[in-house]
Ligand binder design. Structure first.
Ligand code: ADP
Ligand code: MG
Length: 626
């Protein structure tokens, strides 16, 4: 037994690096082409400008081609006018000349339109990609205090619908503006045919604009509410899916349905309100130009009867007005898109403007050849700025290779100590040093590569067991993965899974029991083979016999490794050189198990309590397995 253990330890210890190489893979994705302007005083569009200009090559080509296509299109009513006047009325030019011209223009316009659209969508999805990677990169940098506050449903909705609406506006707004500019060209043609008739035709257009502005004012708040309520619904769905076991066990499905129905009704109300406003405004915007058409027929017809205008001119005017109608209608759409995009952009910037609180200072050094000396120097800690002190004057020093058991009641701050050690949070007062270096002077990658932490919640990814274990060392060989699994007491049950190490774990690892997940999580950390190991309640769901096997392996593995174990059971405490008793964030006793038992009444009390808890947990675990 000991010899196999020794071999496991050997395999694992070959992995210990003397030189720091980042454990994460080098990014293979192309990052975002540009970033958002950090200057908060600028408008949202100006802040997004760097991203747009990163794509300006194909974007401007697309807009130019779109303009060319429209210019060609504008020629057609003029040709029609000439065809009627010269070929049908005066018979001076052959009709086929005009037919060929119109066909040729249509063909060239079509090709220009195709390339323009292709480039436009390339730009649109390029911008979307950039925004998405920017947000995700930013989220990977955010500190735990941020995730303590933010709801994941909100984040998901921001990463999807908000990005889409900003992207749409950024690419389609300039296109619509180009199309509106063609309205100016069309208007010039109208003027060249007949100044009075052109003015009559345009009489309704200022109203279209004014109505658009009015609509913008009424619809803006509603579009904001819609986005917020969509995120509310996403949050409830997200919690229901993740918390489905709790919901079922309390038979609280109806309650949950009620709260979802409430959120859905609120969302429905805002959508209907939006549709109502849209239904009121759209017909006005759409039909105002028709009024212009009627006016053209009235005045133009009168002029034809008078003999001051040809019939072809009326036809041309008709075509121009239809051409004008589209941009003006789109102008209304542009206004609506703008409202939505502004709301979305605000919400995206809210995340982007939030700075990570845990950052590497400039000139941070790598933690190399870590010996594993850990010094908490009079540490005070509070979650959040005005939260209560969770740790107070916490002063703990661990020599290289020492194993310390951290014992204390629930809520006494044990997990908090573990989180500080991996610098998930920074101390409020006092310092934490590893090998004499303040952790704030070390690069985060090297610190976390040297501090292996097994959290109380064993989160597994929806990939194979082997990939889960190799998460921190994706290049690990199967033999190393198996050695780590053996050491964590996981090899046995993994071999019995239908596809062994290649079995894909369900979302959050729910097809495995709590104890099995914990063992995979332990193997995952052991494989990285960190010189400093933190086990935060890592064996709480593992039954006593299996835990003893793991302890056997750990005893070998812990040699030469500084280990902090949040302990619940006497058997775990027995592994340690020293026990530290924590009460309300303060160290109240520090010594060997025997010393503490003799000197601290609280220690006996807490042990009795945790033993009771442990027994209860074992019973639960057994029930869970049957
Ligand atoms: N993310 C958090 N935000 C705010 N308070 C927290 C957070 N995590 C833990 N706490 C609080 O800190 C105290 C210590 O928690 P913790 O370190 O998890 O205790 P233990 O692991 O000993 O059970 C508790 O009062 C708990 O409510
Ligand atoms: Mg805890």
């Amino acid at each position: 037994m000991t010899t196999t253990r020794q071999r496991e330890a050997d395999i694992l210890s070959t992995a210990r690096a003397t030189e720091f190489t980042p454990m994460a893979e080098t990014p293979r994705y192309g990052g975002a082409k540009a970033s958002i302007d950090p200057d908060r005083s600028k408008t949202w569009l100006r802040r997004a400008l760097p991203i747009m200009s990163a794509h300006k090559g194909i974007f401007i080509t697309s807009l130019v081609l779109s303009f060319v296509g429209l210019v060609l299109q504008v020629q057609i009513p003029e040709l029609l006018n000439k065809a009627i006047t010269n070929s049908l009325e005066a018979h001076t030019v052959s009709l086929s000349v005009y037919v060929w011209w119109i066909l040729a223009l249509g063909l060239v316009g079509g090709v220009a339109g195709y390339i323009s659209r292709l480039f436009l969508f390339k730009t649109a999805y390029g911008i979307e990609y950039d925004l998405r990677t920017l947000i995700y990169e930013h989220l990977t940098k955010m500190s735990f205090s941020f995730y303590d506050r933010v709801q994941s449903g909100q984040l998901i909705s921001r990463a999807n619908s908000d990005i889409r609406s900003v992207q749409m506006y950024m690419t389609f707004a300039p296109l619509i503006l180009v199309q509106c500019s063609i309205a100016v060209v069309a208007f010039c043609y109208m003027l060249s045919i007949s100044v009075p008739l052109a003015l009559v035709a345009m009489v309704t257009m200022p109203f279209v604009f004014l109505v658009g502005v009015k609509m913008r004012k009424t619809m803006f708040p509603v579009s904001w509410i819609i986005q917020a309520r969509l995120a509310d619904v996403a949050t409830i769905v997200d919690e229901n899916v993740n918390g489905v076991r709790v919901v079922r066990s309390f038979a609280a499905e109806d309650d949950q349905l009620n709260s979802l129905a409430k959120a859905a009704t609120r969302l429905q109300w805002s959508y209907i309100k939006d549709a109502d406003l849209r239904a009121k405004w759209s017909p006005v915007i759409q039909n105002l130009p028709q009024l212009g058409l009627a006016l053209v027929l009235l005045f133009g017809g009168y002029m034809v009867i008078q003999g001051s205008l040809g019939i072809g001119a009326i036809l041309a005017f008709n075509a121009y007005l239809l051409m004008l109608q589209a941009p003006f209608m789109m102008l209304g759409m542009l206004i609506m898109m703008g409202q939505r995009a502004a709301a979305s952009a605000e919400r995206i910037y809210e995340i982007m403007d939030e700075q990570p609180t845990i950052t590497e200072r400039p000139g941070a050094v790598d933690l190399l050849e870590c010996r594993g000396q850990v010094d908490f120097n009079h540490v005070d800690f509070a979650y959040g700025e005005d939260g209560p002190l969770v740790l107070e004057d916490f002063d703990l020093h661990m020599a290289p290779g020492e194993t310390v058991a951290l014992v204390g009641r629930t809520g006494s701050g044990k997990s908090t100590v573990a989180r500080l050690l991996a610098r998930f949070y920074d101390t409020t007062a006092g310092t934490l040093a590893i090998d004499g270096h303040d952790v704030r002077d070390l690069t985060l990658d090297s610190l976390r590569a040297n501090v292996g932490i097994v959290l109380d919640e064993a989160f597994l990814f929806s990939v194979s067991v082997a990939d889960n274990i190799a998460y921190g060392r994706p290049d690990a060989e199967r033999a190393d993965i198996e050695a780590a699994a053996r050491a964590a007491g996981a090899h046995g049950f993994i071999s019995e899974l239908s596809e062994g190490y290649d079995t894909v774990v369900g979302e959050r690892g729910y097809t495995l029991s709590g104890g099995q997940r914990q063992r995979i999580a332990i193997a995952r950390t052991l494989l990285v083979n960190p010189p400093i190991l933190v086990l935060d309640d890592a064996t709480s769901a593992i039954d006593v016999q299996v835990e003893q096997q793991i302890h056997g392996a750990l005893r070998v593995l812990m040699e030469g490794r500084t280990t902090l174990i949040v302990a619940h059971r006497l058997s775990t405490i027995a592994l340690s050189d020293r026990v530290v008793l924590l009460d309300s964030g303060r160290i109240v006793a520090d010594g060997t198990h025997a010393e503490l038992l003799a000197s601290s009444p609280l220690y006996g009390e807490v042990l009795a309590q945790v033993e009771d808890e442990a027994v209860l947990e074992e019973e639960e675990e057994e029930e869970g397995l049957h």
